[in-house]
Design a protein around this ligand. Structure first.
Ligand code: TYC
Length: 110
């Protein structure tokens, strides 16, 4: 990242500097995978409902993801910026808790 980051070409306060920066500065936010974990007790239909409600999955895709998790132990619900991912994890865990299901959900940096 050469030069001065805010376009100050370095006139040391004399007011004679020329602003040369055209653009730069925006950084893409880090992304996080939201993962859902298998367990022996949460009903399959509940997991499908969670994937539809919080992750906007169409029914068929929700079933596919749920079965993947059922067979492999873990699956990806979606990829989001940090606060969105955190909110979705909280929403899933809270709904599962209210229904007394042990369903767990977590997030990891991509
Ligand atoms: N293994 C559960 C069952 O047999 C179904 C299930 C699927 C649970 C996915 C959690 O993330 C999960 N009822």
């Amino acid at each position: 990242m050469p030069g001065r980051p805010n376009g100050d070409s370095g006139d040391r306060g004399t007011g004679t500097g020329v602003v040369t920066r055209t653009r730069q500065k925006t950084k893409k936010p880090s992304l996080y995978r939201v993962l859902i974990l298998n367990d022996d007790y949460t009903p399959m239909e509940f997991v499908v409902h969670v994937l539809e409600r919080f992750f906007g999955k169409p029914h068929e895709e929700a079933v596919t993801i749920m079965l993947h998790v059922h067979r492999h132990g873990v699956g990806i619900c979606g990829v989001y910026t940090f606060e969105v991912a955190e909110t979705k994890v909280t929403q899933v865990i809270e709904l599962a808790r209210r229904h007394q299901h042990p369903l767990q959900c977590t997030m990891e940096k991509e």
